[in-house]
Design a protein around this ligand. Sequence first.
Ligand SMILES: NC(=O)C1=CN([C@@H]2O[C@H](COP(=O)(O)OP(=O)(O)OC[C@H]3O[C@@H](n4cnc5c(N)ncnc54)[C@H](O)[C@@H]3O)[C@@H](O)[C@H]2O)C=CC1
Ligand SMILES: O=C(O)C(=O)Cc1ccc(O)cc1
Length: 279
Amino acid sequence: MAVKQIGIIGLGLMGGSLSLALKKTPTPYCFIGLDHNPVHCTQALELGLVDQIVDSLDAISHCDIIFLTIPVDGIITVAQQLNPTNPECTVIDLGSTKAKISEGIPQERRHFFVTAHPMTGTEKFGPTAALPDLYEDKVVVLCDLEKSGKHQQETAKQLFTEIGMKLVFMGAKEHDRHAAFISHMPHALSYALANAVMRQEDPESIVALAGGGFRDMSRIAKSSPNMWEDIFRQNKTNLIEAIEFFQKELAQCKRMVEKEEWEALNHWMKEANTLHDIL
Ligand SMILES: NC(=O)C1=CN([C@@H]2O[C@H](COP(=O)(O)OP(=O)(O)OC[C@H]3O[C@@H](n4cnc5c(N)ncnc54)[C@H](O)[C@@H]3O)[C@@H](O)[C@H]2O)C=CC1
Ligand SMILES: O=C(O)C(=O)Cc1ccc(O)cc1
């Protein structure tokens, strides 16, 4: 069997974890990496995430499969510049937003591309954050799949299944609205929580008194600002709407405490408890 050439543009958490996951499968793959950070290139080679590093899009354009695992604005730029030379090439982006990416791919090359969002990750970034089991048993949302070529649809479905992922299909716009509520707004809240507490409390008190709840809720405030700035920009309208919904809930909580409506507050908290009946 000919060894499939896999190009990975962006050798951080998502790109590095993909390589580690695919290396665990019986299919032989050769990994070619591209990253604009030379330190990440060296680390990716040392960690065995890639077999070879190249320094231009042209040098990766012959691959059978190309993953775009860079921040979402970069994905649009690269999608406009990348010109696959292999007619069967499948280009898969793993960006956290989907509508602007799906629309930003040039029409004449749209069939090469599959726009995907793995609903898994961590607050860590860079090649050293890569995990072999990151994708296992997790959901990947495949968006606007009808715009991809038949071969590219099958290749993406087979690859994600091979690394143990569950496939979900959705339009890109619908995806972005769900993602705003379930992922992007919670990240905005975590950043806000971290800043609110740090502006009122000194570091010694935070270290001495931080319990599990505060640690859980502020964990994702450690996430990469470079990555999240792009996500908030691309999903601006949905994110603003999600923040406004959250503000209404928080205002309701404040009002019930101010007015000492303890029974109503207790009922409101019981409603929130039911989230974890389904999660
Ligand atoms: N971190 C997470 O939990 C998740 C991230 N995603 C998406 O995956 C993508 C990658 O995220 P991570 O791997 O977490 O980020 P990361 O910061 O760990 O890795 C990104 C890598 O891309 C490189 N890079 C950035 N721009 C580049 C460019 N134009 N050309 C070449 N290299 C470039 C960086 O040097 C870095 O090594 C993003 O689009 C993000 O929205 C999707 C699901 C989960
Ligand atoms: O660290 C966490 O809990 C996350 O929620 C990671 C994450 C970040 C971005 C995504 O698009 C999907 C998942």
